[in-house]
Design a protein around this ligand. Structure first.
Ligand code: PGA
Length: 262
């Protein structure tokens, strides 16, 4: 089933430019970065800006950004309010330190920490229950792409990760298409490859939730987004933002990325 293109004119999608800092930056380094971002990006109002520092810097960063136009996200959560889960962080704790967003299902979590779709689905539901907005990451490996399986792999991930999530709740979810072969490698997907996969994801959403939600969901691209390629990626009709790793660690490059022009 393909979704209804006529909705394109009436549904507007949020543009979200998010930085995933991964396991980089102390509190001091984080504050230096967000102070620079805050100053340069203060006038931006037509796109959402999100930074996702490591857990240890979340509170300080959220305090520094309070009342401004840059929002804060975590990189993970554990799906329980509290409990005997040594080393884990709950959605309630993330809200407490000022987070609005949370990245879930990142390929590094899937690969290094054996997170599967069922667990990611639990996390997603927990985030939604607490009012955190998930940025759900999906993407295929190089091998899967070489076998031509990227659409089926990514479609299956989206379906499993959103299982049992209501149409009302899914409106809070942004999806990040991050081909694993493009993450941290310098090999960005071409704008056409990205757009094609974003459309495939939108078709899955259409099948699950109907055209309005399919058209209204922000789908970000991630994987070696840089100042030099962001404009052409953002020019694609189905690319509604970016999730940026390496290039979000320096003020100058992230400011340029957020300030993309199409
Ligand atoms: P990258 O990372 O921009 O360094 O490729 C993107 C991500 O992993 O979210």
């Amino acid at each position: 089933m393909t979704y209804d293109d006529s909705l394109e004119d009436i549904v507007t999608r949020r543009i979200i430019m998010a930085g995933n800092w991964k396991m980089y930056k102390t509190v001091g380094e984080s504050l230096a970065l967000v102070r620079a971002l805050k100053e340069s990006l203060a006038g931006v109002s037509d796109r959402e800006i999100v930074v996702c520092p490591p857990f240890t810097a979340l509170h300080a960063v959220a305090e520094a950004l309070r009342g401004g136009n840059i929002q804060v996200g975590a990189q993970n959560l554990y799906p329980a309010e509290e409990g005997a889960y040594t080393g884990e962080v709950s959605p309630r704790m993330l809200l407490d330190v000022g987070c609005q967003f949370v990245i879930l299902g990142h390929s590094e979590r899937r690969q290094y920490f054996q997170e599967g779709d069922a667990f990611i689905n639990e996390k997603l539901k927990a985030a939604l229950e607490y009012g955190l907005k998930p940025i759900l990451c999906v993407g295929e490996t190089l091998e899967q792409r070489e076998q031509g399986r990227q659409r089926s792999v990514v479609s299956a991930q989206v379906g499993r990760d959103l299982e049992g999530v209501s149409a009302e709740a899914v409106k809070q979810v942004a999806i990040a298409y991050e081909p694993i072969w493009a993450i941290g490698t310098g090999h960005t997907a071409t704008p056409q490859q990205a757009n094609e996969m974003h459309r495939a994801i939108r078709e899955v959403l259409n099948g699950l939730y109907g055209g309005e939600i399919a058209q209204g969901t922000s789908i970000l691209y991630g994987g070696s987004v840089k100042p030099g390629n962001v404009d052409e990626l953002m020019a694609e009709p189905d690319v509604d933002g970016t999730l940026v790793g390496g290039a979000s660690l320096e003020a100058e490059s992230f400011i340029r990325i957020v300030s993309f022009q199409t």
